[in-house]
Ligand binder design. Sequence first.
Ligand code: ATP
Length: 207
Amino acid sequence: MKEVGIFGGTFSPIHLGHVAAANRFYDALALDRLLVIPAFSPPHKEEDGESTPEQRLEMTRLAFEGNPREIEVSDFEILSGGKSYTYLTLRHFYSPQVRLTLLCGTDMFLTLDSWKHPDEIFSLCRVALIRRERENPATEEKIAQAKRLYEEKYWASLLDVLNDPVEISSTAVREKLRRGEEVAELLPPPVLSYIRAHRLYGIPDGK
Ligand code: ATP
């Protein structure tokens, strides 16, 4: 049985919080393979209109280039087009020879019940939670409630990936880029070079 991880997102742009989460997930679960899958059009988000799906795919590839782990950036959702539903992606990668584990940051983990066909999601994979910020009692209470709900309603198999949270979001990165602020500590260097070369996210001239 191969251990295969799935890490989906908008990745607009991919940042060092995503990379740290992917690496931690891979190492903590001793994965054989990790698929990082940028969404074409995420059902939960407005399109930001500042990078194309192909550019997000390319930046995601750049972020993992040279990574010694078996991490593959998949174009499955981007080539599929339309809304990117996780249950369809899991169906595509599922086989009896693999065990799938889906990685979710706290925000995504808390919304799983409202995704399309959560019953199918929980039956096709285990779900691993990774924290995005340092412990906060109110969030921990929400996490505990969500875990109880998923276990009782869907017989979910849930895991915690313990990490030292890297508090970065793509929203904050985009805002800083637009304002011409320093983002070198937030992005993998080839991703920042790509953003500059393609003048993405309203980056001011000369930056
Ligand atoms: P935005 O600010 O645009 O909402 P984001 O930073 O949340 O973007 P996404 O592409 O939406 O990035 O996230 C993809 C997945 O990565 C989600 O499961 C999300 O919870 C997780 N994630 C995002 N940032 C981090 C982080 N700093 N640490 C751990 N997980 C993260």
